[in-house]
Design a protein around this ligand. Structure first.
Ligand SMILES: NC(=O)c1ccc[n+]([C@@H]2O[C@H](COP(=O)([O-])OP(=O)(O)OC[C@H]3O[C@@H](n4cnc5c(N)ncnc54)[C@H](OP(=O)(O)O)[C@@H]3O)[C@@H](O)[C@H]2O)c1
Length: 306
């Protein structure tokens, strides 16, 4: 099969196409013939060696495609079915390939495209997981720091649907989109706490942090001083220092049930998971760099040629 491979850790130049053996699904896994692969900030982070692991490595954490092999102990899914899903951190992440092995998946709803489905697994699972981890509920005011991106837009919609009020940070370009999702938007940067307090004069009950890091003391203060009311998916060191929950690392209880919930909500129109652009997978390096540099204006999905 054709696959994107990283021979050594580094910049976009280390991404290359190779001929490789198709990966074999182990117990509890399935192999899919990949049609689309979602791209995430984690992809360039892993490519640069941020997660370590052996070499060569693949790239890409989430895909949609057709089941081509089923591993031992797997029930409820058959060869030929259209599924979407992903790989766990620490595994061999190799979604940008003609065949990939998945650790978790769900059946694609009727009428959903492979490109749309491939945009859901990582961001959908993360958003639902963190909302539940800090118990976002009706009547809460939730502050989503760094929430103008893919995870934040889903988290915002899920929180609003629960009856929470959402205040979210955004740059100019995505502010109107977030307002359209029902959130109050504040700019990030200096003076953040003042702007949040002005937007939420009754106080903030819960904080979801997906910002660039280093802001947790300020965020805990915004949540009334209780670190249990804050969760971060980006600042693990800061979380350890303050007793804040760091979600997504080893020991996390992942919410794979989110895939079906989110896909159904997208199909019925109650949730929007927009795909900003679809690119041929040959453009994987440029796409990863657009995310790293912040020029990407939304979720990008790679179309993987059969
Ligand atoms: N631990 C986990 O389980 C887990 C899972 C998924 C993702 N993540 C991490 O969560 C983060 C968000 O992921 P994503 O997929 O949503 O990324 P994304 O779609 O690339 O969005 C990133 C957002 O960050 C915003 N941003 C940039 N600089 C900022 C600043 N100084 N303050 C506040 N916001 C700023 C950007 O806002 P503007 O465009 O408005 O400027 C952009 O919308 C990434 O770091 C990712 O690695 C962690």
């Amino acid at each position: 099969m054709r696959a994107v491979q990283i021979e050594r850790f580094g910049g976009p130049e280390v991404l290359g196409f190779v001929e490789a053996e198709a990966p074999v699904p182990g117990a509890g896994q399935i192999q899919v013939e990949v049609r689309a692969c979602g791209v995430n900030p984690a992809d360039w982070f892993v490519r640069e060696g941020g997660m370590g692991g052996g070499l060569p490595q693949g790239t890409g954490f989430e895909v949609a495609g057709t089941v081509s092999r089923v591993g031992e102990d797997v029930t409820g899914v058959a060869v030929g079915e259209r599924v979407f899903g992903g790989m766990l951190f620490g595994g061999f992440t190799a979604g940008a390939a003609q065949f990939a092995v998945l650790d978790f998946w769900a059946r694609m709803p009727e009428g959903m495209s492979f490109e749309q489905a491939a945009a859901i697994p990582m961001n959908g699972e993360t958003a639902l997981r963190i909302l539940d981890e800090v118990g976002v509920a009706r009547g809460h005011t939730v502050f989503v720091n760094g929430g103008s991106g893919a995870v934040g837009q889903i988290a915002t919609q899920l929180a609003v649907a629960r009856g929470a009020r959402v205040v979210v940070t955004s740059g100019e370009a995505k502010a109107a989109t977030l307002r359209g999702l029902g959130a109050t938007v504040v700019g990030y940067g200096e003076g953040l706490s003042e702007r949040v307090r002005e937007a939420a004069p009754g106080g903030v009950d819960r904080v979801l942090d997906m910002g660039p890091g280093g802001q947790l003391p300020e965020l805990v203060a915004l949540a009334g001083g209780d670190p249990a009311h804050v969760v971060t998916i980006t600042d693990f060191a800061g979380a350890d220092a303050l007793g804040v929950r760091a979600s997504g690392r080893e020991g996390t209880e992942f919410r794979f049930d989110a895939l079906e919930t989110i896909a159904t909500a997208v199909t019925t129109g109650s949730l929007s998971v927009p795909v900003w652009r679809v690119e041929p997978w040959e453009n994987v390096a440029e796409v990863q760099e657009s995310i790293k540099s912040g020029t990407a204006r939304g979720k990008t999905v790679l179309r993987v040629a059969p």
